[in-house]
Design a protein around this ligand. Structure first.
Ligand SMILES: [Zn+2]
Length: 282
């Protein structure tokens, strides 16, 4: 693993370390990739040609399935949409940059904003506090807000809608780059359902490049919820039995272990040709 913004792992030999402890073959993949794969194969993404999956939790996980294949990029780093800058000099992000999308449209951003409003005693805060352990703003967790919103709590609905608005803006940007036919929205925040997705759809439709002159991508809630990662990981592992990652037929990123031979100069080639057949060392 090269890098993880939310874990203290940099160039971490995760697979080797796991292999030391368990005796089955180990395959490592990104959790958003696994979730996207589950949705594409068995869930909300079946039949999609260009599918973008976004999981709203600690951050924003992102993944792409294009023409039936995971798109991983050249170095396996594709889909980190959560770290697109949407607010210059905005909130700090654990990735080291400021103003990343996931600082405005993730479960963590929902919790951060909700706690701040409760601590300041914003209008409606007293009602929302009723959903929080010990009525202590510092104890608030994401599912408290979702539960309150589903019950009709005004402040909770506004907080979720705000996430939806940022979600819609970001998706419109992604559509400008990728032109997908489907966005699948998963992760903990997606439990809010249409309270999240309706504001997202509205803002998406209002912000999309070429709106009115192009088909609109569908925006659907993930079918498997928080189990998507598990289901997708199992199917990716099954896939790797048929096509191991090292084979590089397209499904997995190519291993970059081959050392490129230095190109022979014209002079070297000529002198070898003139010297006749060369017996090479084995
Ligand atoms: Zn970031």
């Amino acid at each position: 693993m090269r890098f993880s913004p939310h874990l203290a792992w940099r160039n971490e030999p995760l697979r080797d370390r796991l292999s030391e402890r368990i005796t089955v073959p180990v395959l490592v993949d990104n959790d958003a990739n696994a979730a996207a794969w589950a949705e594409f194969r068995f869930g909300a993404g079946q039949g999609s040609r260009v599918m973008v999956c976004l999981t709203l939790g600690t951050g924003i996980g992102g993944a792409l399935v294009i023409n039936g294949r995971m798109f991983r990029g050249r170095y396996g780093m594709a889909g980190e949409f959560g770290h697109m800058t949407v607010v210059p000099d905005g909130h700090w992000c654990p990735c080291g940059n400021r103003g990343c999308w996931e600082q405005y449209a993730s479960g963590n951003s929902l919790v951060r904003d909700a706690r701040a409003l409760l601590a300041e005693g914003a209008p409606g805060a007293q009602d929302l506090l009723g959903y929080v352990a010990d009525r202590n703003p510092g104890n608030l967790i994401g599912p408290d807000v979702t539960r309150a919103a589903v019950d009709g709590d005004r402040l909770a609905i506004e907080l979720i809608a705000d996430i939806g608005i940022w979600l819609g803006r970001g998706m419109a940007n992604l559509a400008a780059a990728l032109d997908p036919d489907l966005f699948v929205i998963g992760g903990g925040v997606s439990a809010a359902g249409d309270l999240l997705l309706e504001p997202a759809r509205t803002v998406y439709a209002r912000t999309l490049t070429g709106r009115g002159f192009r088909p609109m991508a569908d925006i659907q809630k993930a079918h498997f919820g928080n189990d998507a990662g598990l289901i997708g990981a199992a199917d990716l592992a099954r896939h790797s039995i048929n096509e191991p990652p090292g084979m590089a037929r397209g499904f997995w990123p190519r291993r970059r272990t081959a050392v490129r031979k230095p190109r022979r100069t014209l002079r070297q080639s000529l002198s070898e040709t003139l010297a006749g057949p060369v017996v090479r060392d084995k």
